[in-house]
Structures are given as C-alpha cells and as structure tokens.
Design a protein around this ligand. Sequence first.
Ligand code: GLY
Length: 313
Amino acid sequence: MAPSASYSLQIHGGAGALDNVQDSKTAVRYLDSVRRVLEHGREVLELGGSALQAVETCASLLEDDPVFNAGCGSVLNEYGKVEMDAAIMDGRDLSAGAVAAVQNIPNPVQLARLVMSESEHVLLIAEGAMRFADHCGVVRAPDSYFSTADRVAQLERARLQHKMMLDHDDTEDDSEDQKYGTIGAVARDLSGNLAAATSTGGIVNKRMGRVGDSPIIGAGVYADNETCAVSSTGYGEEFMRSVIAKTIADFAYMQGMDAEQATAAGIEYLTRKVKGRGGVIVIDRDGRCASGFTTKKMVHGWIEHCGEAVARF
Ligand code: GLY
C-alpha cells in the first residue's frame, strides 16, 4: 500500500535496564499490553480516526494500566503523593496542550487535550490545571485509585537510600537496573496527519513541584506534519536540556532525514551533549517508524503502514 493511503502507529511504556523482564511472566505482561493497545489504536485509525484521536486513545489505555508509570500506575513524590505530567500535539497546525503536577486526574493526557481544545493556553500546572479540569467537568479519582502497595514500598526504598529513583526501580542498584517510566504514542493517520502524546508520573521521591520533560513541547513531545512525530521517555532533565523531540524534528526538516536517520542523529546528540538516559519513538511524514534508546531496553511496539503489530524491548 502506498504510504499516502496508510496509517502507522507506535507506542512506548518506558526505557531502562528492565532487568525484571528476564522473568518471562513479566515480559509477557508488558508485551501483551503493548499489543492490546496497538490493536485499539489500529481500530481508531482504520475507521478513519485522526492521528490525534489515536494517540489520545493509546495514551489513555496505557495510563489505565498500572504496570506503566502514568495515570493509575504513577510513582510517588517525596510526600507520597502522585503528581503527573502529560502533553499532546497535533502535527497539522502545531497546536498543543499540556498539564504538569496534576493530582487525582485519572487520564492527564485527556486533560492536556482539553487544554489544547478548550483554552487559549498550551500548559497549565498544579491547582490551576485542576481548576480547569473541574471547569471542563473532568471527574477526579480518589487517592486510593493511584496509591498501590508496590508504589508505597518503592517510595520507602528510595527514602531509605536517600535518593530519587527513576521509576520501577525495584533493586538496591541505582546505576543500571532502572526503568525511566513514561508512556507515549505517535501516529500518522490515513490523511497523512501526525500527532504525538506523552504522559508520566515522573520519578520516584521527586521534589514536590518537580516537572519533567513529558509536558514540555519540544522535549517530551513534538509533532509536525512536515517532519515527524516524537514521544520521549527517560530522565526528564536531560531531555529538556537537549530539547530532544524538536532536535529530532529539526534533523528531519533541515537535513531531509527520514525517521531512522533522524532518530539515530537524535540519540547521538542526546548521548554526546548530556549523556541522556532514555529513548524516543518516531514516525516520519511518510509513516516510517523508528525508535532509539541509550538504556538496555525500552518497552515499545509499532504498526508500520497498516502492517502487523510488533512489540519489543
Ligand atoms: N521522562 C519523565 C520524567 O522525567 O518525568
């Protein structure tokens, strides 16, 4: 099928050492979830839904799965509270919406979309974002929806080690065995439009009010029909400093690179400039899918040009 008449979709569920996936039951759990979400996204795109709709649907489903660090599976901050960040971007006109440090919102990516469509702003934070959610009729979820025994134990370990941990870190080793959690989706629809979405609970034991890269347009998310759609996962501070999503789009725009070339150039830049830890998923304007990561693994999967769903680490 010609690229112009096809759709593509790619999602991720965080990058890191992911040593726990040596256990085949855990590996199957991640990969099954990725395939299930991809098939939901396929349905949206096959029925003529927009790339924007597809990434919002996929990101919402990933937020609803407690295995991922976003939505109900979000990690806890220094006070044992969940504070989430999310963003969404439409490659048709560079419109974007984002929220940061929001609490009790089951699907922050949906609130980010409301910021895009129902306000004149791009980024709303904390109490202001939550008042906007109330104004839009978004139903809040109780603390118990987010706080799992695993997350409480994870925070206790981080406190005992006097450190911030970078999501799903279930070991004593803070150097390698980490998963830099975030979820994200990028899509190209049948009309050739691109979109991207990213959502996260951030990092374990983070300072109250800390905001990562996920809601920062150009760092955690970017989409432009002329170039590509990008969603990042990793240590947010490094992704913000390298403005990695826009940097990858710039490689495509200024040097005519396709998804694979721009991703490779972006990962090289991320590593060389800031020793960035994490990864990206990318779909270019022709619907080609690419991914890259500096960690041992990244949970991700894709459907390229209406093909089979592939799930990988
Ligand atoms: N990339 C997610 C974060 O640093 O918050």
